[in-house]
Design a protein around this ligand. Sequence first.
Ligand SMILES: *Cc1c(COP(=O)(O)O)cnc(C)c1O
Length: 313
Amino acid sequence: MFRLNDKVKNLTPYEPISGTYEIRLDANESFLTVPEEIENEMVEALKNSALNRYPDPMATKLLKGFADYFNVDPDCVTAGNGSDEIISVIMNAFLQKGDKILTLEPDFSMYRFYAEIAECESVKYQKNENLDVNIDDVIDMANKENVRIVILSNPCNPTSRIIKADEIRKLINNTNALVVLDEAYMDFAVSESLMGEFQNYDNLIILKTCSKALGCAALRLGFAVANKTLTNVIRAVKSPYNVNSVSQALGEVLFSHPDYIDSCIETVVNSKKELYAELLKIESEKIEKIYETHTNFVFMKAKNAKQIFEKMK
Ligand SMILES: *Cc1c(COP(=O)(O)O)cnc(C)c1O
C-alpha cells in the first residue's frame, strides 16, 4: 500500500478566495490594466511567438529589459515563473535537509512553506506589538541558531512597514547566512532598495516581481538579482524552460515602456495616499490602528475586522 510521506500528507492545495469580483483587494494586485497601445504591441509580440518551439531558457531579451529598467547587469538576473517559483528554487538550492531558515513574523507565508518542503525548519523572529523589527535581535538569532537563510519582504506583506536600507546592510554584513530580500513592494519606496549595491555582498539575493507595481500578475514573472556566483546556482537549479515564451514576449513589451511603468507606480501611490488619508479620518471611531504604509495597500487593526472583511467582500 502506498503511503504519503510525512511532509506532504497533511497538505492541501493553495486556495485563493474564489468568486468573481470587479475589484479584488486580497492579493495586492494592481487595479490598472495596460493601455490599448501597449496591448496592441503585446498582441503583435504574441503573434510572433513560435508556439512549436521551446522558450529561451535564459529569457535573454526579457532579462535585458528588466536589467535596463532597474539598471543592473543582466548576467546577474534570473527570471522565474513568478517570484514564488524563485523562492522555491532558492530553498531547494541553498538548503540541505535539516538546515534552518529565519523568518520575521508576520511575513509572506510562502517562505516557510517552501523551506518545509525542502525538509528544513523555520526559526521565527516575532515582530513586536507595533510590528517593528530590532535588527540586532534578528542578527543574534540568525547567528545563535546558525540559520542558512534569512528571508524577509521589505516593505513587508502583510504589515506594509519598511526596514531602512542601513539596517538591512547591517544584517547582511553581520551574518554568514544568505539574506533573501524580497523587494516585491520596493517600487513604492525606492529610496530603501538595495538593488544598486547587490554586487557588494556575497550573501544577498534580491527578489522582484511583475505582479504588484507593474500590474502584470497574470504573466507570472519574477526575478532574482544576485552576484554571478549565486546567479549561476539559481540558473542551474531552476527547470530549464521555467518561463514560457508568451510571458517572455509580453514581459519584453512591458519593460520597453519604462515611462508607463513609472506612471503606474505614481497612480497607485497617489490612490493609496488618498485611501490612507480617508482611513485616518475614521480611525478613532472604527479602527484601532492604521500602520504607516510603504506598499500599495494599507495595514490596519480593527476591533470588528471580520465584519469589515465580510462587508468589503
Ligand atoms: C505577491 C508577493 C510575491 C509573489 O510574487 P509572484 O511573482 O506573483 O509570485 C512575493 N513576495 C511577496 C512579499 C508578495 O507579496
